[in-house]
Design a binder for this molecule. Structure first.
Ligand code: ZN
Ligand code: ZN
Length: 164
Protein backbone atom coordinates (compact mmCIF):
# COMPACT_ATOMS: atom_id res chain seq x y z
CA UNK A 1 0.00 0.00 0.00
CA UNK A 2 1.57 3.28 -1.10
CA UNK A 3 1.72 6.25 1.21
CA UNK A 4 -0.61 9.07 0.34
CA UNK A 5 0.76 12.52 -0.20
CA UNK A 6 0.20 15.11 2.47
CA UNK A 7 -0.99 18.43 1.12
CA UNK A 8 -0.30 21.51 3.17
CA UNK A 9 -2.95 24.06 2.31
CA UNK A 10 -1.06 26.87 3.96
CA UNK A 11 2.04 26.38 1.84
CA UNK A 12 0.13 24.88 -1.10
CA UNK A 13 2.70 22.19 -1.34
CA UNK A 14 2.41 18.44 -1.24
CA UNK A 15 4.93 15.91 -0.13
CA UNK A 16 5.18 12.28 0.96
CA UNK A 17 3.17 11.76 4.10
CA UNK A 18 5.85 10.33 6.32
CA UNK A 19 5.62 11.32 9.96
CA UNK A 20 9.16 12.70 10.15
CA UNK A 21 8.78 14.75 7.00
CA UNK A 22 5.41 16.10 7.99
CA UNK A 23 6.64 17.00 11.47
CA UNK A 24 9.65 18.76 10.06
CA UNK A 25 7.47 20.64 7.64
CA UNK A 26 5.07 21.79 10.35
CA UNK A 27 8.00 22.93 12.46
CA UNK A 28 9.65 24.67 9.52
CA UNK A 29 9.99 28.43 9.37
CA UNK A 30 8.48 28.63 5.92
CA UNK A 31 5.36 26.81 7.00
CA UNK A 32 4.90 28.85 10.16
CA UNK A 33 5.25 32.02 8.16
CA UNK A 34 2.60 30.79 5.74
CA UNK A 35 0.26 29.95 8.62
CA UNK A 36 0.67 33.28 10.36
CA UNK A 37 0.19 35.11 7.07
CA UNK A 38 -2.96 33.13 6.46
CA UNK A 39 -4.40 34.14 9.82
CA UNK A 40 -3.12 37.72 9.65
CA UNK A 41 -4.90 38.18 6.34
CA UNK A 42 -8.02 36.68 7.78
CA UNK A 43 -7.89 38.80 10.92
CA UNK A 44 -7.30 42.00 8.99
CA UNK A 45 -10.29 41.45 6.77
CA UNK A 46 -12.52 40.69 9.72
CA UNK A 47 -11.29 43.71 11.63
CA UNK A 48 -11.81 45.98 8.65
CA UNK A 49 -15.28 44.61 8.20
CA UNK A 50 -16.26 45.08 11.84
CA UNK A 51 -14.87 48.58 11.87
CA UNK A 52 -16.42 49.66 8.59
CA UNK A 53 -19.81 48.11 9.22
CA UNK A 54 -20.11 50.23 12.36
CA UNK A 55 -19.79 53.42 10.31
CA UNK A 56 -22.27 55.04 7.99
CA UNK A 57 -21.38 55.00 4.34
CA UNK A 58 -19.67 58.21 3.24
CA UNK A 59 -22.14 60.25 1.19
CA UNK A 60 -19.54 61.20 -1.38
CA UNK A 61 -18.39 57.66 -1.93
CA UNK A 62 -21.99 56.51 -2.06
CA UNK A 63 -22.63 58.98 -4.85
CA UNK A 64 -19.54 57.85 -6.70
CA UNK A 65 -17.56 60.98 -5.88
CA UNK A 66 -14.14 61.34 -4.37
CA UNK A 67 -13.83 62.16 -0.71
CA UNK A 68 -11.13 64.59 0.29
CA UNK A 69 -10.85 63.07 3.76
CA UNK A 70 -9.53 59.81 2.38
CA UNK A 71 -8.62 57.33 5.09
CA UNK A 72 -9.26 60.03 7.71
CA UNK A 73 -12.95 60.21 6.82
CA UNK A 74 -15.17 59.30 9.73
CA UNK A 75 -17.61 57.64 7.37
CA UNK A 76 -17.05 54.35 5.67
CA UNK A 77 -15.56 54.36 2.20
CA UNK A 78 -16.89 50.88 1.57
CA UNK A 79 -20.24 50.69 -0.12
CA UNK A 80 -22.87 48.33 1.36
CA UNK A 81 -22.23 46.08 -1.62
CA UNK A 82 -18.52 45.91 -0.88
CA UNK A 83 -19.23 45.19 2.77
CA UNK A 84 -21.59 42.38 1.83
CA UNK A 85 -18.88 40.96 -0.41
CA UNK A 86 -16.40 41.21 2.43
CA UNK A 87 -18.78 39.41 4.75
CA UNK A 88 -19.19 36.63 2.22
CA UNK A 89 -15.42 36.34 1.86
CA UNK A 90 -14.95 36.14 5.63
CA UNK A 91 -17.55 33.38 5.85
CA UNK A 92 -15.74 31.48 3.11
CA UNK A 93 -12.40 31.89 4.84
CA UNK A 94 -13.86 30.80 8.13
CA UNK A 95 -15.21 27.67 6.51
CA UNK A 96 -11.84 26.77 5.04
CA UNK A 97 -9.90 27.74 8.16
CA UNK A 98 -9.10 24.14 8.91
CA UNK A 99 -7.11 22.41 6.22
CA UNK A 100 -9.22 19.60 4.84
CA UNK A 101 -6.53 17.04 5.43
CA UNK A 102 -6.80 17.62 9.17
CA UNK A 103 -10.57 17.52 9.45
CA UNK A 104 -11.22 13.83 9.02
CA UNK A 105 -8.49 11.37 9.69
CA UNK A 106 -10.48 8.17 9.45
CA UNK A 107 -7.39 6.00 9.40
CA UNK A 108 -6.28 7.52 12.68
CA UNK A 109 -9.67 6.97 14.26
CA UNK A 110 -9.80 3.39 13.07
CA UNK A 111 -6.35 2.73 14.43
CA UNK A 112 -7.33 4.19 17.75
CA UNK A 113 -10.48 2.07 17.93
CA UNK A 114 -8.60 -1.08 17.03
CA UNK A 115 -5.99 -0.39 19.67
CA UNK A 116 -8.65 0.26 22.29
CA UNK A 117 -10.49 -2.91 21.35
CA UNK A 118 -7.28 -4.90 21.58
CA UNK A 119 -6.45 -3.39 24.94
CA UNK A 120 -9.88 -4.16 26.37
CA UNK A 121 -9.75 -7.74 25.12
CA UNK A 122 -6.26 -8.19 26.50
CA UNK A 123 -7.26 -6.74 29.86
CA UNK A 124 -10.28 -8.99 29.96
CA UNK A 125 -8.16 -12.06 29.38
CA UNK A 126 -5.42 -11.23 31.82
CA UNK A 127 -7.39 -9.86 34.75
CA UNK A 128 -10.61 -10.69 36.45
CA UNK A 129 -11.41 -7.07 37.06
CA UNK A 130 -14.12 -5.45 34.96
CA UNK A 131 -12.79 -2.85 32.53
CA UNK A 132 -15.65 -0.47 33.19
CA UNK A 133 -16.14 1.79 36.15
CA UNK A 134 -19.27 2.33 38.11
CA UNK A 135 -20.46 5.83 39.08
CA UNK A 136 -20.82 5.11 42.79
CA UNK A 137 -21.05 8.77 43.70
CA UNK A 138 -23.96 9.29 41.31
CA UNK A 139 -26.16 6.45 42.47
CA UNK A 140 -25.40 6.55 46.16
CA UNK A 141 -28.57 6.33 48.20
CA UNK A 142 -30.75 5.51 45.22
CA UNK A 143 -32.96 2.45 45.35
CA UNK A 144 -31.91 0.88 42.08
CA UNK A 145 -33.36 -2.28 40.54
CA UNK A 146 -30.93 -5.23 40.56
CA UNK A 147 -30.10 -4.79 36.87
CA UNK A 148 -28.75 -1.33 37.55
CA UNK A 149 -26.73 -2.20 40.59
CA UNK A 150 -22.98 -2.59 40.32
CA UNK A 151 -21.92 -5.94 39.02
CA UNK A 152 -19.85 -7.87 41.50
CA UNK A 153 -16.78 -9.33 39.80
CA UNK A 154 -17.39 -12.51 41.77
CA UNK A 155 -20.71 -12.89 39.97
CA UNK A 156 -18.88 -13.18 36.69
CA UNK A 157 -17.31 -16.46 37.61
CA UNK A 158 -20.51 -17.93 38.95
CA UNK A 159 -22.13 -20.52 36.77
CA UNK A 160 -25.34 -19.41 35.18
CA UNK A 161 -28.22 -21.74 34.81
CA UNK A 162 -28.67 -23.05 31.35
CA UNK A 163 -31.44 -21.74 29.23
CA UNK A 164 -34.45 -24.02 29.20
ZN1 ZN B 1 3.00 24.04 5.26
ZN1 ZN C 1 -15.53 60.13 3.02
Amino acid sequence: MGKKNYYCEYCQKSFKDILGIRKNHLKGLQHQKAVSEHYAKFKDLKEIFLEESRKKTCKRIFEGLECKFGTQCRFSHYTPGQLAEMKQKIAEMEASKKPRSEVVDMKGIEKFLNKTRERILRDLCTTNKPFWTYPFDLVEGLDLPPSLQPLEPSLLSEKFEEWG
